[in-house]
Design a protein around this ligand. Sequence first.
Ligand code: AVJ
Length: 325
Amino acid sequence: MDSPSPDRLQPFRFADLRRGDGDAMAELLAGLLAQPARIPPKYFYDELGSRLFAAICHLPEYGLTRSEARIFAEQGEAIARAAGRGRLLVDLGAGDCGKAACLFPLLAPAGYAALDISADFLRDALGRLKQRFPDLPMTGVAIDFTHNLDLPEDLLAPAAAPRLWFYPGSSIGNFAPDAARAFLARIQRAGGALLIGVDLVKDKAALDAAYDDALGVTAAFNLNVLNHVNRLLPADFDVADWRHVAFFDAAAGRIEMHLEARRAVAVQLAGQARRFAAGERIHTEDSYKWTPEGFTALLEDAGFPKQRMWRDAEGGFALFLAEPA
Ligand code: AVJ
């Protein structure tokens, strides 16, 4: 009888490399006390927020996820040939790991490392994934990879396989252009190739609707950040005091999301009082949209001169494979 592989015995490796709560809470509090107030978008993704985001991806107005999936469905063979099989697939912001799982048959990775800010959600997702792919070595890393990309070698399996960084879903859009360039350059220095999905600039009406859907799911996603902050700081935001605001700013090339006070509001934030006037906003997210030319230049500036690009039929979304020279 064959002896089971070690990775069958050990379901998956898991590490929580998130920074001490102290730093993160100080950053969150400083943002909320600032003028104008802000909450970093990573705080959307508590358990409910991760589920609401998964629901957003099914909305008729939010075509981004479907466009990306269609690119893989229709051009997956060419993408896999270009990206190479047998790599260690490093998933930046794995969420429910669904996107990566769809790629396993195409990319035949030697191992899978899933990174996400949401530890419990990631652990559950990997548990289910390991049942579907019992022989694939898997690692889960709870990490704020916008601050830290240093992955201990002994966590990765197989550590020696060339890396394919996977950053789908236009998550790069949360970075302003300078920060995006710096983040991509850090990936480049970590070594390997990068497969990255980018939402493209399109019609303002379509973009406005994608971030302010008729069912109000994006509004719930945005408002839920207050529930998360209430538990974290703690704070005493009342969600009913706030309204979802989202719009595309064509000049800046980005979606902005805010929470706007419906009335004058007083909040306790980790023991400190803050007042918001009626109509005052908390900035919760920027989501930059790129042109193909603009993103090509950004990748080049980040140290990825070798590129291939695939687009969906409507031309609303692009997938780039980027490699160092
Ligand atoms: C996960 C950052 C790519 O910007 O489209 C969806 C998050 N916010 N609807 C995006 C989001 C509102 C999403 N990203």
